[in-house]
Design a protein. Structure first.
Length: 174
């Protein structure tokens, strides 16, 4: 079942809705949206509607960081998160995404129309990835978190080392 939906709105805005947890399992969906929407250096203004996002793991936040860095480079602006619960905001802040995202809590004003009942949101189906591909994606996401905040090196060094060991074991089995 899809848990990530997106819609293109006027003025080069793309709204991405995350339903339930943002996790390593649906992180590839964010990358898929970038592959569908972004062409070359042309990036839209991403708006992440987190009103129904219950939590995020570090892989998902690393993938979100990659999108934020891409938009900053391609467009010169930060992605916006809206309807962000206190719990999810705390997670984003703890990892340092507050430095690269414009985070709006649930009671903050949201600019523009983020899609009404007639807006068609497309679902992003779960990615069919091999164990090797998923492990590489997880390593890249965690390495991106190191680029966001140097304090993340302490938090994720062991995770990255463990993932790299797992990657080597997987490669040796193939």
């Amino acid at each position: 079942m899809e848990s990530i939906f997106y819609a293109r709105l006027p003025d080069d805005i793309v709204v991405v809705r995350i339903i339930g947890p943002g996790s390593f399992q649906n992180s590839p969906g964010l990358t898929e949206i970038v592959d569908i929407i972004c062409t070359g250096d042309a990036w839209p203004q991403f708006v992440f509607d987190l009103g129904k996002c219950t939590t995020m793991d570090s892989t998902f936040m690393g993938t979100l960081a990659s999108m934020a860095m891409g938009q900053k480079k391609g467009r010169g602006t930060a992605p916006l998160t809206v309807n962000t619960s206190a719990h999810v905001k705390q997670q984003l802040d703890l990892i340092g995404l507050k430095f690269i995202l414009d985070i709006r809590e649930a009671d903050d004003t949201t600019p523009g129309d983020l899609g009404n009942s007639s807006t068609e949101f497309a679902g992003v189906p779960p990615a069919d990835m091999s164990k090797l591909e998923r492990t590489v994606m997880m390593i890249e996401a965690h390495e991106r978190l190191l680029d966001v905040d140097e304090a993340n090196e302490i938090k994720f060094k062991n995770v990255i080392d463990s993932l790299k060991q797992s990657l080597e074991r997987t490669r040796n089995q193939e």
